[in-house]
Design a binder for this molecule. Structure first.
Ligand code: NDP
Length: 294
């Protein structure tokens, strides 16, 4: 099977590397040097336009936002000019359901199948091939997508119709963001009253307040000061804004998610577009004059 992959960012590149090991892979990236370097390293073919990358059996996009994916559809060098009837486009972007449904409708006019297939597990999970993929698609499309997605995943789940994968991913990341902000505030407060962060985490992680953030992210990254810039805060902010929008559309009161979205937006404005998703913890430290590390 010939796969086309567009978007060799922090998570896209290690996902694509698994596909390169399995068969024929064509890659495209907006910053062309990333594609040529990837192709040389992994034995793929780098092309200059989305149209050329789309001339494959299965095409995968992994860009920042759904709007970015939609922006690649049209024009003489766009995806629609390259996708063939019967092809399948899998969007691994953490996207927004409404845009995914619009993209799916455009593709359906040309008999091209679509699934939203956002991933979770971070860049480490992408490198290890252990991501979780949450797929929104027609059942038959999901069955076509599954073997391709398994190249970089441990778990591939069909979670509902088109847009459902995006919705679930956005809500998942709202939980992640909530935990990051809560740990930042709580550990700083505990440090101020004399509970060392390491002690606090050891106890929390043997108690009912534990989470992936308390068990893995804070001990391995914040407390050690080894802070890989693997997932941009701007992307997490985008995810939580999608979750807040979903709650509003569903008519569900979401004061907590709205507040998390607003706090992340403020942190993004303060820290900038290149900031890491754990950097809001630094803001909590700075405000309190406390350092959790060490
Ligand atoms: P990066 O910022 O590292 O990379 C973004 C990619 O999208 C780059 O290839 C970039 O191209 C491309 N891109 C952005 N805008 C456009 C555009 N308008 N047209 C064409 N290409 C564009 O992001 P990640 O790889 O970290 O994230 C990609 C997606 O995966 C996001 O939706 C993110 O939320 C999600 N995700 C990320 C995780 C992570 O740990 N990093 C974990 C789970 C999901 P260029 O190189 O030219 O900038």
């Amino acid at each position: 099977m010939h796969v086309g992959f567009l978007g060799l960012g922090a998570i896209g590149a290690p996902m694509a590397a698994h596909l390169a090991r399995r068969g024929r892979l064509t890659v495209w990236n907006r910053t062309a040097s990333r594609a040529t370097e990837f192709a040389a390293r992994h034995g793929a073919e780098a092309v200059a336009t989305p149209r050329e990358a789309a001339a494959a059996d299965v095409v995968i996009t992994c860009l920042s936002t759904s709007a970015d994916v939609a922006s690649l559809l049209d024009g003489p060098d766009g995806l629609l000019a390259g996708l063939r009837p019967g092809a399948l486009l899998l969007d691994c972007t953490s996207g927004d359901p409404a845009t995914s449904r619009r993209i799916a409708a455009r593709l359906a006019e040309g008999r091209i199948a679509f699934a939203d297939a956002p991933v979770s597990g971070g860049t480490n999970g992408a490198e290890a091939g252990t991501l979780t993929v949450m797929v929104g698609a027609e059942p038959a499309v999901f069955e076509r997508a599954r073997p391709v997605l398994e190249a970089f995943s441990r778990r591939v789940e069909h979670v509902g119709p088109i847009g459902a994968g995006d919705a679930l991913k956005a809500v998942n990341n709202a939980f992640l963001a909530l935990n990051i902000l809560a740990l930042g505030e709580g550990l700083v407060a505990l440090a101020k009253v004399g509970v060392a962060p390491r002690v606090a985490l050891d106890v929390i992680n043997a108690s009912s307040g534990r989470s992936f953030v308390s068990e893995v992210l804070v001990p391995e990254r914040v407390l050690t000061g080894s802070w890989p810039r693997a997932f941009r805060l701007a992307l997490l902010d985008k995810d939580v804004a999608i979750a807040a929008g979903l709650l509003a559309q569903a008519g569900v009161a979401g004061p907590l998610v709205e507040r998390v979205s607003s706090l992340l937006g403020q942190a993004r404005a303060t820290l900038g577009e290149a900031a890491d998703y754990l950097d809001p913890i630094r803001l909590s430290e700075q405000r309190a004059g406390v350092e959790l590390r060490g």
